[in-house]
Design a protein around this ligand. Structure first.
Ligand code: PLP
Length: 442
């Protein structure tokens, strides 16, 4: 703590963060998109490349996961209005909410039941294509469904995939890798829920459990993988591929907004609220949206009060050189998907001039949001995903947010605004555990 003391002066936003109080941090380094876009290491052509790869693999996905048949192997989630929840948020949380409120249901993405179905599956498909082309199993233009032939599955069986995870990334990587034929080892942190480990074992995945946090699970996974030349390590903290897999969400959302006749332009701003762990998922999605909507989209992340890793990394400028433990927080939270002590420095770098701000939220509130959403809309989300509602409750009420709206010339446009709460997980939670969550009293 000594080294970081000067950041945490009395009454600063960071002093509230350090005391584990709910906070709004606004990004003073945000710039007009046109000014910072050229300096980013990735751009729209990278997203287009990722989208094309997902299309090439769609017939294979359809074959491996019949649940994706209705979308022909494209894994995408619904975008729906939640007007009952909007009324409830107004009445119960005093959220002075104007404009449209929608839920992006990545909680119901096929195959992995969470936002990780974007980045995790994409990363394994990219790795698979690289291996398959290198070893002449396929040539560009081929029908990728030939990869399910027994001789090809046996080929992939010689290779191992490993990943460190708090739960959902392990599920997504584990399920897709096992389906293609790889050996899979998932290194799970102490926060990971038991049902996620049990589900993976059913797919034949080796689950290694650690008593430490996410950082420790990643460290062990990485070093074990390095000892095996036939092993590929999915590096959640640094992977450009994961990030690009998430970023395709931007183009898909644009289509969905169009088909709902929702305009996003200078007079009709778009706000998105996305729960944040290490940063890859919310960073990638925001990056994709920024490429499309530029200054007309306002991206906010939400983190638990005990694990605001991206917030402290960005607010101090230290990126991954600071952890929540360094400032006396525990890093542990019921929001297992967000239980990360140290942020991705790569995501912090890319988002430095793009992100609007970060909110923190108490664990107890996550359960209240969960129960309220279930009561009003009959939709179930896991605790991590419910963090997104903290953003929408703050957007128009607090002094800081009023200032943000003024500075960005938004105050008079809020009746035209569209707000999207990004629901990042929940559909795979077993029914008995859902019931337990829903009947808990806080
Ligand atoms: C992983 C996860 C997130 C955050 O993604 P990061 O890439 O770790 O920032 C949010 N919600 C859920 C449910 C997740 O599983």
């Amino acid at each position: 703590m000594e080294n970081f003391k000067h950041f945490f002066t009395e009454n600063s936003v960071l002093s509230r963060v350090q005391k584990a109080q709910e906070t709004i941090w606004l990004n003073r380094h945000k710039q007009p998109f046109a000014k910072c876009a050229q300096n980013l290491e990735l751009d729209m052509s990278d997203i287009n490349d990722a989208e094309a790869r997902l299309s090439r693999f769609a017939p294979l996905i359809e074959k491996l996961f019949p649940e994706t048949q209705n979308k022909h192997g494209i894994i995408e989630s619904p975008l729906i209005y939640i007007n009952n929840m909007k009324t409830l948020l107004r009445q119960k949380y005093n959220a002075p909410l104007e404009g449209k409120l929608l839920l992006k249901q990545d909680s119901h993405l096929a195959v992995a039941g969470s936002v990780k179905a974007r980045g995790g599956i994409y990363e394994i498909l990219k790795h698979t294509e690289d291996l398959a082309v290198e070893h002449n199993l396929i040539t560009p233009g081929d029908d990728y469904t030939i990869l399910v032939l027994p001789q090809n599955r046996n080929f992939f069986r010689q290779y191992t995939v490993q990943v460190g995870s708090t739960g959902n990334l392990g599920l997504s990587i584990g399920i897709i890798s096992a389906a293609i034929g790889y050996k899979v080892i998932v290194h799970m942190s102490a926060d990971a829920k038991q049902w996620k480990k049990d589900l993976l074992k059913k797919y034949g995945v080796i689950v290694k459990e650690y008593s430490g946090d996410y950082g420790e699970a990643v460290k062990h996974g990485r070093s074990l993988s390095e000892q095996n030349p036939a092993s590929y390590f999915v590096d959640d903290e640094n992977s450009r591929n994961l990030f690009l897999g998430y970023s395709v969400a931007g183009k898909r959302l644009q289509q969905q907004l169009k088909s709902l006749d929702i305009t996003v332009d200078e007079r009709h701003p778009l706000f998105v609220y996305i729960p944040c762990g290490v940063g890859g998922a919310p960073g990638g999605i925001s990056f994709g949206l920024k490429q499309i909507y530029k200054d007309n989209v306002h991206c906010f992340f939400i983190e638990p009060v005990q694990a605001p890793s991206m917030l402290i990394g960005m607010a101090t400028g230290l990126k991954n050189k600071i952890s929540v433990q360094d400032i006396g927080l525990t890093g542990s939270t019921q929001a297992d998907g967000l239980a990360v002590g140290r942020p991705s420095s790569f995501v912090g770098e890319i988002m430095q001039h793009l992100l609007s701000g970060i909110f923190t939220v108490n664990d107890k509130k996550l359960y209240r949001f969960m129960q309220d959403l279930n009561k009003s809309e009959h939709i179930f989300l896991e605790p991590s995903a419910c963090a997104a509602f903290q953003g929408i409750c703050q957007i128009n009420g607090s002094k800081q947010m009023k200032q943000y709206l003024q500075e960005n010339n938004l105050s008079s446009k809020m009746t035209n605004a569209t707000h999207i709460v990004w629901a990042t997980g929940g559909s795979l939670v077993p029914a008995d555990i859902q019931q337990k969550y829903l009947s808990s009293v806080f």
